[in-house]
Ligand binder design. Structure first.
Ligand code: DCP
Ligand code: MG
Ligand code: MN
Length: 340
């Protein structure tokens, strides 16, 4: 009985192909085109082979696979890994991962992905990697974004935003939150919260404000810009971008602006001010007391079954940050004591 090769989505040698592809990518991205080509030939040969290869001899019979590569394929089949590939995950790689991880918005997973693709320098990323818009901006301002912003400069940045906002609408409440409000001497960025006490005049403010600040060359690059809740349901109207004060002696700085309805402003203030850990423990405390706390609101009488809310509870008014502490039966802590 002669079995015809069966076309299927999964190649029987896929695990081997994946490892070889990783190695091919590494060689290609480190400009070793010949080695990359050798691996690529072996990969296409294996892709055309529709039964699992199991021995050195079988592998050698495939076109385009020499003895050295065949030995490596045997190693992958026997151990599931490849020494040559592992060698790339060295101390040097870890240093590169740290370098990449310092780019704004880049976490360890993305940093590792780039290292696995063979990129070793910021220039490799600039010239060879496929970058998203935000990754490109993060790279563009790599060293600038690593500089802390002196407190005074954050005050000046807030001033520029305030002036522009007040020409668009009067009576706005503008508060710089984040590490600035916690009293830090230097800040990573400038976190500005805007609301209006009349409960409606915060609407349709963000677009004209951003336009105005762009026209005056204060805002110089965008990162996140949503006047709609399309990216994540429940997210605030927000603008994340890059600003620069006039004058040659000022660096580009990260700026975050959120615009919130007055009814939500205390929950938003709390969220936008407190350290991430403090936020997490406040939310946890709420959960433990049949409440739900978010950057928008506080609910009481929440009934949960495991992680699911069986009953969403009742929205309670939170006119001030103090009121939120009271619901949680905590004594009030000023921003400077919400830093851990
Ligand atoms: N925040 C959070 N969870 C996130 C991101 C932010 O709880 N994933 C909150 C906590 C921060 C506030 O938003 O206080 C502002 O975030 P920043 O990243 O600007 O952090 P900080 O202002 O605290 O520090 P930095 O000086 O580095 O900007
Ligand atoms: Mg900040
Ligand atoms: Mn921020």
């Amino acid at each position: 009985s002669s079995a015809l090769p069966v076309e299927s989505d999964v190649n029987p040698n896929q695990a081997v192909i994946d490892k070889l592809q990783e190695m091919a990518n590494l060689y290609r991205n480190s400009n070793d085109k010949w080695r990359a080509f050798g691996y690529q030939k072996a990969i296409s040969s294996l892709k055309k082979c529709h039964k699992p290869v199991t021995t050195y001899e079988e592998i050698r019979r495939l076109p385009g696979i020499g003895s050295r590569l065949a030995e490596k394929i045997v190693e992958i089949m026997e151990t599931g890994s490849m020494t040559k590939l592992e060698e790339y995950q060295t101390d040097a790689d870890i240093a590169v991962m740290d370098l990449f991880g310092q780019i704004w918005g880049i976490g360890p997973a993305q940093a590792k992905r780039w290292v696995d693709l063979g990129y070793r320098t910021l220039d490799d990323l600039r010239t060879k990697a496929k970058l998203t818009h935000n990754q490109r901006i993060g790279l563009k301002y790599y060293s600038e974004f690593l500089e802390r912003i002196p407190r005074d400069e954050v005050t000046q940045i807030e001033h520029v935003v305030r002036e522009a906002a007040e020409t668009i609408r009067s009576g706005l409440l503008i508060i710089t939150c984040g590490s600035y409000r916690r009293g830090k001497a230097t800040c990573g960025d400038c976190d500005i919260l805007i609301t209006h006490r009349d409960g409606v005049s915060h609407e349709h403010l963000l677009y004209p404000l951003v336009d105005k600040l762009k026209a005056s060359n204060f805002l110089i690059d965008d990162l996140v810009y949503t006047d709609k809740h399309e990216d994540e349901p429940g997210a605030h109207f927000r603008y994340f971008g890059v600003c620069r004060l006039p004058g040659d002696d000022h660096l580009p700085r990260r700026i975050d602006i959120i615009v919130v309805p007055y009814a939500e402003h205390a929950c938003a203030l709390l969220y936008f001010t407190d350290s991430m850990l403090f936020n997490r423990s406040m939310r946890q405390l709420a959960d433990e007391n049949q409440m739900y706390l978010s950057q928008h609101r506080l609910h009481v009488g929440v009934i949960r079954m495991g992680k699911n809310k069986v009953n969403g509870g009742r929205l309670v008014p939170t006119p001030t940050e103090e009121s939120i502490f009271q619901y949680l039966k905590l004594s009030y802590r000023p921003p400077s004591e919400r830093d851990y």
